[in-house]
Write a protein that binds this ligand. Structure first.
Ligand SMILES: [Zn+2]
Length: 387
């Protein structure tokens, strides 16, 4: 190897400027028959109608994501959701995701699809009362660490029953947590977690806010939430007013996204699948109201150097990156990995500043082609030869 050859780990997979994680909350076995006609109409279910006609899932895949096959979705699923208020007047269906085989099969098939991940979002999402204001989000409803741990175990059992594995990551319901919440996540074996609505935080270094952090004794990967799903939306019905507002809305949204790209920060887009609620309000943000704005965002990202990933893909890359050291040898190198976790994929992207290096032969004999010095490599034991 040339003594000038410089090998560095890329911050993100494929040396992207930013990872893009599309987060869709509250995907579960719920339907609220808002107009009382006994049929699932657009905007009424949260996953209960599966991929049937009029379902929210079909709306997402066929309308919001149409033409954007690279975008990946991480769904956040409360496994046995309760309504936001008791004694609501609607005919509604609230049941666990393992209610019957057909429902379980549907949720499993989504999780097994490369474009999707179903992550954990609580057992019930919280405790309801008679008014909207009475609802207490799940992690602040726990009275003790023990209660939190026991409830997570109950939820994980339902999750396992459907998916045949335990969840790798998840998100606090309503981004609300208390003094023992983080420990409950750490002790329950999660690799990653979404703790905060970081766009809403002020008074601290925002660059740090929009990047990965770790928490807990096992180093849980803390993924921030950085982009509001309605960022590019134009409100109001008057078409002339909307046309006049468009450049300002687009400019502001673009500035926000460019700031994340320029600083190699995370683009994690926060949404809910469905607008339907039992208290007569409309859930915000939601994929139905934000369809055009989301499509504007995906179109804009189409020309950028981004990496579309799920929560687990992002967390595993970061975990690998931070737990692998490069040991350089003559025209070769090896990895020293200090993993304490089981990972599905062990990948590290290297940037090699030497035009003579075009390929790398991995320890198992595969040859990986580089793209302008960028090599996406599996983490293996043994010697990697630079060719
Ligand atoms: Zn939620």
């Amino acid at each position: 190897m040339d003594r000038e050859t410089k090998i560095a780990k890329a911050k993100w997979f494929n040396d992207a400027d930013s990872p893009v994680m599309f987060m869709v909350d509250d995907f579960t076995n719920v339907w609220i028959d808002l107009n009382g006609n006994g049929r699932v109409d657009r905007g009424e279910d949260w996953g209960h109608a599966m991929d049937g006609r009029g379902s929210a899932f079909r709306f997402l895949t066929e309308e919001v994501l149409k033409g954007f096959p690279s975008v990946k979705v991480t769904f956040f699923t409360p496994v046995a959701r309760v309504p936001v208020i008791k004694n609501h007047g609607y005919s509604a269906h609230f049941a666990p995701i393992n209610e019957n085989e057909k429902t379980a099969n549907f949720f499993r098939s989504i999780h097994q699809d490369e474009r999707f991940e179903v992550a954990y979002h609580g057992l019930t999402h919280g405790v309801n009362g008679t008014k909207t204001e009475d609802f207490v989000h799940e992690w602040v409803a726990y009275k003790s660490l023990e209660e939190a741990l026991e409830t997570i175990e109950k939820g994980k059992k339902i999750y396992f029953d459907v998916f045949g594995e335990y969840p790798s990551g998840g998100k606090y319901c309503g981004y609300e947590y208390n003094e023992f919440s983080d420990e409950s996540i750490d002790r329950s074996g999660f690799l990653w977690w979404c703790r905060k609505w970081d766009r809403g935080e002020t008074g601290t270094n925002e660059l740090e806010h929009f990047d990965i952090k770790y928490f807990g004794q096992n180093g849980v990967v803390d993924i921030p939430s950085t982009v509001y799903g309605a960022l590019f939306n134009l409100y109001g019905r008057n078409p002339i007013a909307r046309a006049l507002k468009r450049p300002a809305v687009f400019g502001r949204g673009k500035d926000e996204i460019n700031h994340l790209l320029e600083n190699k920060l995370i683009i994690s887009i926060q949404e809910h699948l469905s607008p339907a609620r039992t208290d007569g309000r409309r859930q915000t943000p939601n994929t139905h109201d934000d369809k055009e704005g989301l499509r504007t965002l995906f179109k804009y990202l189409g020309s950028k150097n981004v990496w579309y990933c799920t929560g687990t893909e992002l967390a595993e890359y970061v975990y690998c990156r931070d737990n692998v050291e490069i040991e350089e040898e003559k025209e070769a190198f090896s990895f020293r990995a200090t993993f304490s976790r089981d990972l599905r994929k062990k990948l590290v992207t290297l940037v090699i500043d030497d035009k003579k290096v075009r390929q790398i032969r991995t320890p198992d004999g595969d040859v990986v082609q580089g793209q302008q010095g960028v090599f996406n490599l599996p983490v293996l034991t043994g010697t990697y030869e630079m060719l």
